[in-house]
Ligand binder design. Structure first.
Ligand code: MOS
Length: 673
């Protein structure tokens, strides 16, 4: 299907958070800490308050009324402690945006600085093992005897990879407009991946009952995880509106987003793999070093993919975390699997070379019958089919494995492969289906963050009701609608779709109104290993003169259950693969050791792929029947496209040049070095 909201989007009529016309709206501009660690000893707002249009200055000098148990990330202006550079220490509310920004510049903040430490290292003395890693997994697993497996291996690798901090950089900045009604109800137009959860979290932060807050987010211009949790823009707008006695709008700038809306942790990952003479794994060890802030613990599960991917008698995975003077890392497209599979799939390529076995064949030989770590049966697993189909489409059988051999003028040409995986989960959701003027109305507080959720839910409902899609009207993006989980973890469609199907079934049985709550249904789901899989094939051309790397082809073959809409699915896969290309070759936020915070703060410095960078990107899928997932038989597809893409490209760069760059991104400077 074409996107239902496509027309309003391309004609500029779709309303994003900052665009709702609100009578008498004022503007709020943040003041951010200029030190990375220490205390705010004083905030002098005198000059700012005297400037034109200024309505209020918020700061730690007059801490706002917030719930005692508020999330420390959202408890704005309550503590004088500065724990990272860029932290919100004050904010100015004024009649116009320019007045607020000018006055924010005039707020004088005095600090007592302390020495800071912003650098993740695998030998950091403060590394520790967290109790759990996201999303509530054991930090370490240990099966069999890894040392014996490595000692007995015919070939082995012991390699360390690093990945830099990465920023989500959704196209629409984080923004919110807060409106307090006379009866004390708060309306927030927010840019969020989940209106229900956002409503709950704003209410909790402000110490209000959830019923007193409403979040509206009908159109969202991307999030990639950075809008999966409530961000300070929403709380700041609410506090500023309360202080000013007027509705208030907050729109973070791109530079503020680099500090205030999350990023993917940098990682250091050590992989030790061994294989016997036939290429069967004898041991897999994956250790991931990641960072968090001093505010809250966020432990990215980068070492977990080995628990899912390959058969091995000995498997050890471990996470070590260090709390630094940095902003808290957060969710970014395929958290865990994305950096983790970069390292594992690069190491598999190095093992294939060491063992003299084709890298596609090496993976096929290590296909497990049950989940390698837990031993659970798979609901379905089509990795081998993806690898074979990808190899066939790509022309893999014509590949000479020797690196650095193919040259066209100044260009060295190489190809690489890597596998993809991502969990296929679902969560409880509510939905209703009703009849209106002979048409059907579906209500669910789902979020369409640009993925096409509105469209795919229309199609799911139309299928279930047996009517044409144009007779179905989906209402989403509003916390007053039936409660629904976040558009995250690649589980939006599976979760909301389950509730929509049940509501439509109830409507068909009853005739008037159908409502559904899948809490019990989801709770009763059998314990199984549910994952999508894929295989990515890359061809790169590397200039022997400048070190420039051009991705000339990227093919992804995915197995993700039943694909509900081909056009929307292709868009998700291609988008993820493109983001994986950015991770491989461009994306990197430099950390500022001297002053703390980040040196890269905008899209001039933080490079993302443009259309011209991806001349031939192709996503296909195999038809996978899996009746053990949800009523649609679908697996999530929002994240798997990024998983494995960077490894496939890095493996291709090695094949082209004979050089193995183990520190992302793979830049011309690293090639020339
Ligand atoms: Mo995604 S990082 O689960 O929003």
């Amino acid at each position: 299907m074409n996107r239902i909201e496509g027309r309003v989007k391309v004609t500029g009529l779709a309303t994003y958070a900052a665009e709702y016309p609100v009578e008498g709206v004022a503007y709020c501009y943040p003041v951010q800490s200029t030190i990375a660690r220490g205390r705010v000893t004083g905030v002098d707002a005198g000059q700012a308050l005297a400037m034109p249009g200024v309505l209020a200055v918020l700061s730690v000098e007059d801490p706002p009324d917030l719930a005692e148990d508020a999330d420390p990330e959202l408890a704005l202006f309550r503590s004088r402690d500065v724990v990272y550079r860029g932290q919100l220490v004050a904010a100015v509310v004024a009649g116009t945006y320019d007045q607020a920004r000018a006055a924010a510049d005039a707020v004088r903040v005095a600090y007592q600085p302390q020495a800071h430490d912003v650098r993740l290292r695998a030998d950091h003395p403060d590394l520790y093992r967290p109790e759990t890693v996201n999303p509530n997994l054991p930090p370490d697993t240990d099966k069999g005897d890894v040392e014996a497996g490595l000692a007995a291996a015919a070939s082995a690798v012991d390699v360390t990879y690093t990945t830099p901090p990465l920023h989500n950089n959704a196209m629409e900045p984080h923004a919110a407009v807060a409106v307090w009604a006379d009866d004390g109800r708060l309306l927030v137009y927010d840019s969020t991946q989940g209106a229900s959860g956002d409503r709950d979290s704003i209410a909790k932060t402000l110490g209000l009952p959830a019923g007193q807050v409403r979040v509206v987010s009908r159109h969202v211009g991307g999030g990639f995880g950075s809008k999966g949790t409530t961000r300070p823009n929403a709380v700041l707008a609410a506090l500023a509106a309360r202080a000013a006695g007027r509705p208030v709008k907050v729109v973070f700038t791109r530079q503020q987003m680099f500090d205030l809306t999350g990023y993917r942790t940098p990682t250091v990952q050590r992989l030790r793999l061994g294989a016997d003479a036939d290429g069967r794994l004898t041991a897999v060890e994956h250790t991931a070093y990641v960072q968090s802030s001093r505010i809250v613990e966020f432990a990215e599960q980068a070492a977990t993919p080995g628990r899912v991917m390959y058969a091995t008698p000995a498997l050890r995975t471990a996470h070590r975390l260090v709390r630094l003077d940095v902003a808290t890392p957060s969710w970014m497209r395929a958290p865990g699997e994305c950096p983790g599979m970069y390292a594992l799939e690069s190491a598999m390529d190095e093992l294939a070379e060491a063992a003299g076995i084709d890298p596609v064949e090496l993976r096929i030989r290590n296909e497990p019958t049950t989940e390698p770590d837990g031993g659970l049966p798979f609901s379905s697993r089509s990795l081998v089919t993806c690898l074979r189909e990808g190899a066939r489409r790509f022309g893999w059988d014509r590949r000479d494995p020797a690196p650095g051999l193919r040259r066209e003028g100044e260009w060295l040409v190489g190809t690489g492969v890597a596998a993809s995986t991502y969990p296929a989960r679902r969560g409880p959701s509510q939905a209703t289906a009703t009849v209106r003027d002979g048409d059907f109305v579906i209500r669910v507080a789902a979020a369409d963050i640009g993925t096409g959720a509105r469209t795919v839910l229309t199609r799911i409902a139309a299928d279930c009701l047996g009517v044409a899609p144009d007779r179905v009207h989906v209402e989403l993006g509003d916390s007053d609608l039936p409660a629904a989980p976040v558009a995250g973890g690649s589980m939006g469609t599976a979760s909301w779709g389950s509730a929509v199907v049940r509501a439509c079934e109830a409507l068909r049985a009853d005739g008037g109104e159908g409502s559904a709550d899948t809490t019990e249904e989801v709770k009763a789901d059998e314990e199984l290993a549910r994952h999508a899989f894929g295989a990515q094939f890359a061809e790169v051309r590397v200039s022997s003169v400048t070190g420039e790397i051009r991705l000339s082809r990227l093919l992804g073959v995915f197995a993700a259950g039943r694909v509900l809409d081909a056009r929307l699915a292709r868009s998700q896969f291609v988008g993820g693969m493109t983001m994986g290309m950015g991770m491989a070759l461009m994306e990197e936020t430099l950390t500022d050791d001297e002053f703390g915070g980040f040196l890269h703060r905008d899209l001039a410095q933080y490079h993302v792929p443009a259309c011209a960078d991806v001349p031939a990107i192709e996503a296909v899928w195999i038809d996978e029947q899996d009746g053990l997932l949800n009523p649609m038989g679908s697996k999530g597809i929002g994240e798997i496209g990024i998983v494995g893409a960077a490894a496939a490209i890095g493996n291709a760069v090695h094949h082209a040049t004979g050089r193995r760059v183990r520190d992302l991104p793979i830049t011309p400077a690293k090639i020339l070095a």
